[in-house]
Design a protein around this ligand. Structure first.
Ligand SMILES: *Cc1c(COP(=O)(O)O)cnc(C)c1O
Length: 375
């Protein structure tokens, strides 16, 4: 059996090595390392894939979120509603821009922003709503957009973990996650569902005025070289990373199918176990399984993690400390937030290996060891 990894980038690279190597060499040969053809090609291809008018590539997913918030002209002290049960980047940029994070609880089944909690958290100072499509499952965008539109508040989707997911609306229409809110942000960190070979990110929107502004912000506030209209930053996707993404984007749906097949195998093995809750799959969206995360009941989680490690099976807790309990946010009084579902989930989730190259033998070994420990 091949060694089991949380994310097996090596095996995936081996399948596309010839193409990737050639594309990288082409960039080097062109010496067009910044803003080269590969970057423009990728932006076009991603906008077609997502069904969104504008794609602005940038340096990473965290920058994407920051640029989105800068473009909305948020002022110090403005409130931004986000879940606490997420990767720190979502909430960190809120604090970085001197905005006020308002943490809301998540739905215990989907791990995503609870629309009822969102409704209650809105105040006259709420200036943005940032749902996160955690682990690859979309937040309830139909409910969230209805609430946001009624209140006239822009929505920034954190799509770093769910690129490629489809959301089905009750009127029969379907949109890709990241293309639903005012702005969508994603990351191409190597382990993400569409990962490059370094850092990368993108912002997308159907609003061309916002797009123009975000393009400017990502490029030192200029659209004409050396004429700086607004304060921006330096955030670019480099041509070599774009070249890798141009090879991988056409395979994204196939990668998602491989992740879903691995999730199906896990689900089948754990079905009906009284101490295990498998990931819930909401009917209105397609789970793209960035993570495969179980909820455990009455199981020594550290013991399981240890036992699996002894059998060379990695497992992870995403995330051991929710944002509202991070020291970073103590000054905001965030630990006073009442988020019972978030605290409850934090103590019982465990993520198993999930990537595009898991084979039947590995899946069988992982599930048998999990069940051996738990039974
Ligand atoms: C990875 C991730 C980010 C940040 O992306 P980077 O490219 O690492 O900066 C933001 N939000 C979520 C939910 C993520 O998983």
């Amino acid at each position: 059996m091949r060694p089991i990894q949380m994310v097996d980038l090596r095996q995936q690279y081996d399948q596309i090595k010839a193409e990737v190597d050639a594309a990288i060499h082409e960039v080097i040969d062109s010496v067009s390392f910044i803003n080269g053809k590969a970057v423009h090609d990728f932006a076009g291809a991603l906008s077609r894939y997502l069904g969104v008018k504008e794609v602005i590539p940038c340096a990473n997913g965290t920058d994407a979120l920051q640029i989105a918030m800068m473009a909305l002209d948020l002022q110090p002290g403005d409130e931004v509603i986000t879940p606490s049960f997420t990767y720190i980047a979502t909430t960190e940029v809120v604090a970085l821009l001197k905005l006020k994070p308002v943490f809301v609880d998540v739905d215990p089944k989907t791990f995503c922003m609870d629309p009822e909690a969102l409704k209650k958290a809105i105040t006259p100072n709420t200036k943005a709503i940032v749902p996160v499509h955690l682990y690859g499952q979309a937040a309830d965008m139909e409910a969230i957009m209805a609430i946001a539109n009624k209140a006239g508040i822009p929505v920034i989707e954190d799509n770093a973990q769910a690129i490629g997911s489809d959301f089905h609306f009750s009127d029969g229409s379907t949109k890709k996650t990241g293309a639903i809110g005012t702005i969508g942000c994603t990351s191409f960190f190597p382990s993400k569902n569409l990962g490059c070979y370094g850092d990368g990110g993108a912002i997308c929107t159907n609003d061309s005025v916002l797009a123009e502004k975000m393009r400017k912000i990502a490029n030192h506030g200029q659209s004409v070289r050396y004429y700086h209209d607004i304060v921006g930053c330096n955030s670019r996707l480099d041509s070599i990373q774009a070249a890798v993404l141009n090879i991988k984007l056409p395979r994204l749906d196939q990668y998602i199918a491989a992740r879903r097949a691995a999730a199906d195998a896990y689900d089948a093995a754990f079905a009906g176990h009284p101490k295990i809750t498998v990931p819930f799959r909401e009917k209105n969206n397609k789970h793209v399984f960035h993570q495969y995360t179980l909820q455990l009941e009455g199981v020594d989680r550290d013991g399981l993690n240890q036992f699996l490690a002894e059998h060379k099976i990695p497992s992870m807790i995403y995330y051991p400390v929710p944002a509202h309990r991070q020291k970073m946010f103590a000054a905001f009084g965030a630990d006073q937030a009442d988020l019972p579902v978030t605290d409850w989930l934090t103590g019982r989730v465990i993520s198993l290996p999930m990537h595009t190259e898991l084979d039947a033998e590995q899946l069988q070994f992982i599930t048998s060891k999990v069940l051996q420990y738990i039974n």
